[in-house]
Write a protein of this length. Sequence first.
Length: 76
Amino acid sequence: MTHSTTGQRVGTLTELAELKKTYRKQDFKFTQDQRQRYDLLLELRRSHVAEYYEDGLVWIGPSMAGKKLDEGEEEN
């Protein structure tokens, strides 16, 4: 992944967040142009996430939250 790709992905998230704020301010309605832009950005985001899965950059397995880490053998 290059720096420009990372910047594009961050920009996608930022713009999606801004459109969501606008959506709330406009009584939960988009204009036609805003809806098209939102749909495009959502598709980009979904393709980015799919790439993460394809590249093996997503943890798939049981959650380790709240469990102790094994740091070698215990000493008595």
